[in-house]
Design a protein. Sequence first.
Length: 236
Amino acid sequence: MICAVLVAGGSGSRMKAAVRKQYLNLGGVPIVAHTLMAFDRHPDLDRIVLVVPENDLERCRADVLVPLSLVHDVQLVAGGQRRQDSVLNGLGAVGVSDGTVMIHDGVRPFVRLSLMNACLAGVKDTGGCIPAIPATDTLKQVDANGVIVGTLNRQQIRLAQTPQTFSLDLIRCAHQSAAQRGFTATDDASIAEFVGERVTVVPGDPDNIKITTPADLSIARGIFARWHAKTPGQPI
């Protein structure tokens, strides 16, 4: 089994908008709808779980899912207080332990099938695989007062993206262990690393941005226009 857990449970406070960032308009439909359509097009995907804030369940069903003509049924799940709580809820909804899961940010709408396939191929090596892009800027480490204490070797630095792809049993057990031991992380690879698992990295995609701030939304609209200029009338 191959399933996708799409995490759209955040409050979107950094966007400073009247609605949560996952529901903001991009090309006439909510951002998260583009993400759903991207995964829905994967020919080998078996299930999609969409995690949203608990008080958004009915709104998401009516305003996002109903207008879409998706091949897959989408299981809506209530999120938690933190991202990793939402992921654990999504993994719990999957039910089975055998198979592979792609865990993806709901506000990364420009995820290509080729990137999903690269992660699905890479996961076979270690049970965990994420896409990441090289750091291009010089990276400075600073102290609490904003004073530089070191310069990091950017040749060894990668900027993590999603879909972060794992053996279902591996990542579910890792999340459960992290919850029991009080470990907090901002991505699923960190959870896997915490319990001693090895995670493979494959080349990410510069277009696969996470839309978090108003500046990100402006960039996303530019990417959307460029994608549609190449394939007019086609969904991203």
